[in-house]
Design a protein around this ligand. Structure first.
Ligand code: FES
Ligand code: FE
Length: 386
């Protein structure tokens, strides 16, 4: 049987038609399905870089705690009696029981292990252990909880499991501010002073990289985001990259606010410049945070990669305390990005099973408007050691 002639030669047998630039390849499919690669990502990315763990205001009082999965470790974040946030590995130093088994809660003075009742104060020091008077050889000072580096920014506690954490200023703050440019400097939104209006947790059956890649391009926006493209018409043209809207995507003339139906939102956040009005900015803070900035609120996504094919995404909608105290109806405001999230995560879940297909064994391709996803793939590959 004669092999089929390539279509381009059949259509233009004599002419040397200009060829489009060759398309970049994506990562091969097994990068999204391999538990071994995921384990390396946990070690080289999530356990090595700063990881946005908890909204600081969620731990309002001393003794409040929250546990989060960071790479292969479970991390306990709490507030000590002096009002400062502290982070520890959530592992009892006696025989290794998980100290706090709840996702969140509050203790009065000490964190008490449910196994043999060793107790730690809110700075991690071992302060009580039953019968230790009869076992004087146990040095309490040597068995405090293992501390984890913690910094606060944008109203969130960021933790780092590395023995020598990278510079927070360079790798987190500097990277985000640089990408957003001078006009949209993220600090002007004063995200740390905003209050939580709504939080939705999405359990997405997809590899974390599919979620990042989806957030990084808007080629899909015209297809799956009718509400978003109504408010931000340039997204329908597919050129904007949601991860890096440094120039600010302008609202459509018909949209009064960043709401599901384009209806009016709330007053401009204090501190914003006039040119930041009626515009949407966004940035990805690698490896797991997306920040969306609009004139009257801020939306922050934190990803928690749980396995090679499952990622929990916690999304916070933040408003001024005054807007929330006024009892204003934020539902149309929240509904816009909630729909975007549902639409995006459905797309990611539709993609995940195909990563195992022989059709994707060598990966897919990136069209020109997705070229920066190639940079993300290079970054991941380099982190994993090539
Ligand atoms: Fe925690 Fe024994 S394992 S007290
Ligand atoms: Fe999207």
């Amino acid at each position: 049987m004669t092999p089929a002639t390539p279509l381009s030669q059949t259509a233009h047998p004599q002419t040397a038609a200009p060829q489009p630039p060759s398309l970049l390849a994506t990562l091969p499919g097994h990068h999204y399905t391999s538990p071994e690669i995921f384990a390396r990502e946990q070690e080289k990315i999530f356990e090595s870089l700063w990881f946005c763990a908890v909204r600081s205001a969620d731990l309002a009082r001393p003794g409040a705690f929250r546990t989060v999965q960071v790479g292969r470790e479970n991390v306990l974040v709490t507030r000590n009696r002096a009002g400062e946030l502290r982070a520890f590995l959530n592992v009892c130093r006696h025989r290794g029981a998980r100290l706090c088994t709840e996702e969140s809660g509050e203790v009065r003075r000490t964190l008490r292990c449910p196994y043999h009742a060793w107790s730690y104060d809110l700075d991690g020091a071992l302060v009580a252990a039953p019968n230790l008077v009869k076992m004087p050889d146990v040095d309490r000072s040597a068995y405090g909880l293992r501390p984890v580096a913690l910094r606060e920014w944008l109203g969130y506690a960021w933790v780092c499991l590395a023995d020598e954490p990278p510079s927070f200023e360079d790798s987190v703050v500097g990277a985000a501010v640089e990408r957003l440019g001078e006009v949209a400097a993220i600090e002007r939104y004063r995200t740390g002073e905003l209050a939580l209006g709504k939080r939705v947790s999405y359990d997405v059956k997809a590899n974390w990289k599919l979620i990042v890649e989806n957030f990084m391009e808007c080629y899909h926006c015209a297809t799956i985001h009718p509400e978003l493209t109504y408010v931000l018409p340039e997204f329908a043209r597919g050129y904007a990259a949601q991860y890096y809207v440094g120039h600010g995507a302008a609202f459509s003339e018909g949209a009064q606010g960043f709401t599901v139906d384009g209806s009016e939102g709330f007053g401009r956040l204090p501190g914003l410049a006039a040119e930041q009005d009626r515009r949407y900015y966004a940035v990805t803070v690698k490896p797991q945070v997306f920040v969306n900035l609009v004139p009257d609120h801020v939306i922050v996504h934190r990803m928690f990669p749980m396995s090679h094919d499952r990622t929990v995404v916690e999304c916070d909608w933040l408003y001024t305390p005054e807007v929330l105290a006024s009892g204003a109806d934020i539902s149309r405001s929240v509904e816009l990005f909630h729909r975007v999230n549902v639409q995006d995560f459905a797309a990611c879940e539709r993609t995940q099973p195909a990563m195992d297909s022989r059709a994707y064994r060598t990966g897919g391709v990136l069209v020109p408007s997705e070229h920066h996803i190639g940079d993300f793939h290079s970054w991941v590959t380099e982190r994993l050691g090539g």
